[in-house]
Design a protein around this ligand. Structure first.
Ligand SMILES: Cc1ncc(COP(=O)(O)O)c(C=O)c1O
Length: 352
């Protein structure tokens, strides 16, 4: 057989649409509406092309050191990937045996399910959160004794819900496998779990971040995780030798060091999120309190989310619609600039 059976039947992950037209109000993939730090432009302008002749530093030493310093740990507890998607994919290979399973909240980032399918292992979804009207209590016993990797998104996507660090710590203490806390959106939240990852007693928690959201560098493809030495070492063993290219290493480092710019951008997005959530509530939408750079909201009674999605698209406003019983009554709307959010609201007002 030329193609493995489980790959033949695989439904690949479908990323959000990336329209070519610049006139689209693009609120569908949780990108940052503001440009990356000006320091990134400086790096690119002065980048010596001769550096491209050689392979990049396989251990991205400067970037790993800077990340380690920021979180009060050492570089041997830091792993950097070609986007955090690569980190997820490597974790699915490193921490899961063929007869084990991968768990995550449900609903959550839909790539997790695909990663389990690629790995040909079971995916176990743990119902949680307001979107599915179930009790939110991750302190309950773990779903399946054979789950060896739990991908715990905080704040969750697509719901935006935030869990307190104490709940996640309690969950990790009970879980025998590896808990990867996916903090793609944590910079927009009121807290984070990095202290669990760096604690000397930590044996099973990895905390992952990305440059794609709060640093406005989705196109660069850099993400990282922090955690116990043995887990980080396992990821190093199986990564491509040069998984983070020379340009990405330098640009990410420049963005990471520009803390003032980062804080300012994040604060602006959070301010817009609060105003936008209020504006939707005023229009009769149900909005799950969000700690991320998006909101997950249900249109007023009598209006279908899928219809609003199609209508907005016809108005050149792209948001994300996830069909299905847990998510199909809502839209996930990325927070853009104030002007972009006004365009969306104006379009909604024209709909009635
Ligand atoms: C929860 C979550 N984790 C990870 C990612 C992937 O991020 P990256 O661009 O670093 O691969 C995304 C992207 O949307 C996400 O929503």
């Amino acid at each position: 057989m030329r193609i493995a059976r489980h790959i033949q039947s695989l439904e690949g992950y479908v990323p959000g649409e990336q329209p070519k037209s610049k006139s689209v109000v693009k609120l569908n993939t949780n990108e940052n509406p503001y440009p990356p730090s000006p320091k990134c432009a400086e790096v690119l302008k002065s980048f010596d092309l001769d550096n491209l002749r050689r392979y990049p530093d396989p251990n991205y030493s400067e970037l790993a050191l800077e990340i380690a310093k920021r979180f009060g740990t050492t570089p041997d507890r830091v792993f950097v990937g070609n986007g955090s998607d690569e980190v997820l994919s490597l974790c699915a290979r490193a921490f899961v045996e063929n007869d084990e399973s991968i768990g995550s909240l449900d609903p959550s980032y839909s790539l997790y399910k695909t990663l389990a399918a690629i790995r040909d292992v079971k995916w176990m979804g743990m119902r949680s959160g307001r979107a599915c009207d179930a009790e939110t209590d991750i302190r309950r016993p773990i779903i399946d004794a054979r789950t060896s990797l739990f991908l715990l998104t905080n704040p969750n996507a697509p719901t935006g819900e935030f869990r307190e660090i104490e709940d996640i710590a309690a969950f990790a203490r009970r879980f025998k496998g590896v808990v990867l806390v996916d903090e793609a959106y944590a910079d927009f939240a009121r807290g984070n779990c990095m202290s669990l990852a760096t604690a000397p007693t930590n044996r099973n928690v990895l905390v992952m971040r990305t440059f794609s959201k709060s640093y406005s560098l989705a196109g660069l493809r850099v993400g990282f995780c922090v955690g116990p030495r043995d887990l980080i070492e396992a990821l190093y063993k199986i990564k491509d030798s040069y998984n983070v290219d020379a340009v990405a290493q330098r640009v990410a480092l420049a963005a990471f060091k520009d803390r003032v710019y980062h804080r300012k951008t994040v604060a602006t997005v959070v301010k817009t999120r609060k105003a936008f959530a209020k504006a939707l509530l005023k229009r009769g939408w149900d909005v799950i309190p969000s700690e991320a750079n998006f909101v997950f909201a249900k249109p007023p009674e009598g209006t279908k989310a899928s219809d609003v999605f199609a209508y907005l698209k016809s108005q050149n406003v792209f948001v994300r619609y996830f069909p299905g019983p847990l998510t199909g009554d809502r839209l996930r709307i990325t927070i853009g600039t104030d002007e972009e959010m006004k365009k969306l609201l104006d379009a909604l007002d024209r709909m009635n």
